[in-house]
Design a protein around this ligand. Sequence first.
Ligand SMILES: [Zn+2]
Length: 384
Amino acid sequence: MHLATVEAIRHASQGQVLALAVSYSLRYDKNSYQLTPTQNLGLWKSIVLPHFLQNLRYIHSDTDIKKMQTSLNLSMARVLHVYGDHTGLLADTGIPPLQLTRYVHLAQLHFRLNITRPDTLPALLFKRLNSSLPLPNLHTSTLDYHIRYATHAFKVDLQTDPLPDMTLQPTKNRERAFRNKMRKTMITLWSGQLYNDVCTHALRSPGRAASYIRIAHTDLQRLDLFKPAHFLRIPHNQLPLLRLRTQATNYIPTHLHLSNTDRYIPYAERYCLLCLPLQMAGDETHTLLHCPHFSPRTQPAIDTLMLNLRQFDLWAWATYTFFSWIFFLGLVLADRSPFPPLESNSILPPVTAVLITPKGAEPPGSRRIGVIGALVLILPSETV
Ligand SMILES: [Zn+2]
């Protein structure tokens, strides 16, 4: 492993300990409650993430990048306390895969060395040391090879200025504009990667990642994938909803990949425990909507939601897809863990659903997205 990788992982784990300590101390501060995922994410982004990104452009081995990605995934899961599907966690929090970030950094380096500051010492050295061989003839360990590979992936022409209109602008502005342009390309690549991965896997066997994509489908179409998903920008039920979406709950059977004896259970065999001996796949749709044993618990919430949709003159409940229903119900039910035992007579506390900021004059398409984003539930105070 490259020394830079080892150091990055070491510093990041120290940062993670610090982030956890700050989060813990704030939690037990008299004036604060437990930090929300957004607050923890902010801490993590400022303390841990920079260590992974700092020298990313100089790390050329795919194995090293994979190791760093694994370490990043684990670190984020620990700080957020969400141990679900990593693809989902990265997409919901707006942290792109390191491989793509590395391409952006390399393209930026090319822009700086060849276009904006070609007369500096590093640029002159870079030009002198790197011959103008075609890409297949370059050795894969050279920085030049990786820069060319990245610019090829991002379709940047090496010879011409990609921003000819900005030639007279200050260098700082040009570099920022170029970075933003690269980030747009990166969003296209990233969302393509998310769907491709899932489609390839879903053909072979369904899994937690595919399930995440189905639930988060609307959110993944947001223009800026670098921003956290919409529900992380409203103040209620962030943690339970994040757990539900990223397949990290302990009351939906398909989210539990290990049995009591720590044996891996294939996704298709994670049956609903309440419906046994009938072998029903215990996914979100079954558990929350169809399970004869569990779904009655969701009915009061559905009734409240239907009433609210009518009151605000929004689309009727039946017009939403299963996955939007799950989204709505997830807001209500995500707090009900661990899974309530069947024989207990526990009744769900009364739940009030309110819709905030419904924008009446929007076209139907965006209205639907608006509703999904704007639905907030006020849970009884002891459960929040
Ligand atoms: Zn069931």
